[in-house]
Design a protein around this ligand. Structure first.
Ligand code: SAM
Length: 431
């Protein structure tokens, strides 16, 4: 057996892979397992012959069940076989039960969870894999794709930024990691940063084995987005949550909650209402109207903002949710809907107005602010990555959803670079 192994390595050194495989195969046919089966399994896996590789690793492991590299390699080959997903899942769980600090098993478990729709578990295994092997560029590219697909592109680009900065320029995994980073940037609505990553991938690998050029072409041909990706908005506010109140109220003189309250008072709106604070953020608008609420509920896309709102202890119910989806899912459940500085993250307002009409009971009120652009109709995404809406677009979207306008006037809710940002404040009533 030792002779067979020595001869196989000799042949491999001479570049005779076929010869090495032939003598290893002959030995396994005669019953050899252990290192001979292990080496042949590695060669089969390298050639993409994963069914054979799995069988051979199984045989090798029968002689040495604790052999870490063979276990990991068997798992990697199993992951290449879509028909054997359940087996991969079981084997991965077995490895993690024995070695909870195995980054490869965490990475594969993340992929398996993602495929099974278990998004939270996928994200948690992916984060653990990064923590355990923060410089493994080849794995990081895969993990970043998992996180981006799971709607968590921010930790993906962060992890890759560190690893890419420290990588050796000749590392063959580098262009793939740069492309994975570009996908993350795209999900975060950062096309310029995505383009930089893609150009870097192309410089490093002009043969473009990572597929950077196709993405770059798509990026250059793309029109301006009609909406901001939810992943971008969530990441923005998750990172912003700790300083939101200080920055908005202190630096930007943000006053949407107080201004909405003033409009409600001016219109003589009575209290005792079921209030829903859409895009509640840290709860500033909830705070401004809580004495008008029989029941105060709120939701936001950003879990960290919801955490801050919860800490105020003024809401009867809070949840993490997207605007249109959350409003549509709770028909006729509110008398007063607030959206303070939230519609600036949406382009076309018609779907959200229709959803607002759904969540309100007959005669219910919708109080909101938005940014204003003085153009005949429509909306635009400005460089601050917020949408500004034409007054005509707001009026039309409200009318289409069956709202009548009680008041709609110009109001600036914040100062930006010393200038008041043009805006609208509105109170509308459901028919
Ligand atoms: C500028 S903050 C305003 C927060 C709060 N309304 C206030 O007045 O302090 C905008 C909030 O809207 C949330 N948001 C933006 N787009 C959203 C969407 N599509 N669904 C749910 N929340 C959204 C953000 O996560 C953020 O917390």
């Amino acid at each position: 057996m030792t002779d067979t192994l020595a001869r196989a390595f000799e042949l491999l050194d001479q570049g005779d892979r076929g010869g090495a495989i032939a003598i290893l195969y002959q030995a396994t046919e005669q019953g050899a397992g252990g290192e001979i089966a292990g080496l042949l399994a590695e060669l089969r896996a390298e050639a993409g012959e994963h069914e054979q590789a799995v069988a051979l690793f199984t045989r090798a492991l029968a002689d040495d069940p604790g052999h870490g590299p063979w276990r990991r390699a068997r798992l990697s080959s199993l992951m290449q076989l879509p028909a054997r997903r359940e087996e991969a899942q079981r084997f991965c769980a077995e490895i993690l039960a024995q070695r909870g600090d195995d980054p490869t098993a965490h990475r594969h478990m993340a992929r398996l969870c993602l495929e099974a729709g278990k998004i939270e578990a996928a994200v948690s295994h992916a984060r653990e894999a990064i923590f355990l092997a923060p410089h493994d560029l080849e794995s990081l590219g895969d993990i970043a794709d998992i996180l981006t697909t799971a709607g968590e592109p921010l930790p993906a680009v962060e992890a890759l930024a560190v690893a890419l900065a420290q990588a050796h320029p000749a590392d063959p995994a580098l262009p793939f990691a740069a492309v994975a980073q570009a996908r993350g940037w795209l999900a975060l609505a950062e096309p310029a940063k995505a383009a930089t990553s893609l150009r870097r991938a192309l410089e490093l690998d002009p043969g473009d084995s990572a597929g950077a050029q196709g993405l770059l072409d798509q990026l250059e041909a793309a029109d301006a987005p009609a909406d901001l990706p939810a992943t971008f908005v969530r990441a923005l506010f998750d990172t912003y949550a700790d300083r939101f109140d200080r920055e908005l109220v202190g630096r930007l003189h943000y006053d949407a909650p107080a201004a909405l309250r003033a409009v409600l008072d001016e219109q003589g709106i009575a209290g005792g209402r079921d209030v829903l604070d859409a895009g509640c953020g840290t709860g500033l608008a909830g705070l401004a109207v809580r004495d008008m609420a029989r029941r105060l509920a709120g939701f936001d896309l950003s879990p960290r903002m919801v955490e801050k709102a919860r800490a105020r202890d003024i809401y009867h119910e809070l949840w993490v949710g997207e605007l249109v989806e959350s409003l549509t899912q709770r028909p006729a459940s509110a008398d007063l809907l607030l959206a303070a500085d939230v519609l600036v993250y949406l382009g076309d307002l018609r779907p959200v107005m229709a959803a607002a009409a759904t969540v309100l009971r007959p005669g219910g009120l919708f109080a909101f602010t938005c940014e204003r652009v003085d153009q005949p109709d429509g909306f635009l995404l400005h460089e601050g990555r917020r949408f500004a809406h034409a007054e005509a677009h707001v009026r039309q979207a409200l009318a289409q959803a069956g709202f009548s306008i009680l008041t709609l006037c110009h109001h600036s809710t914040r100062i930006d670079r010393g200038q008041p940002v043009p805006g609208l404040i509105c109170l509308a009533q459901q028919a």
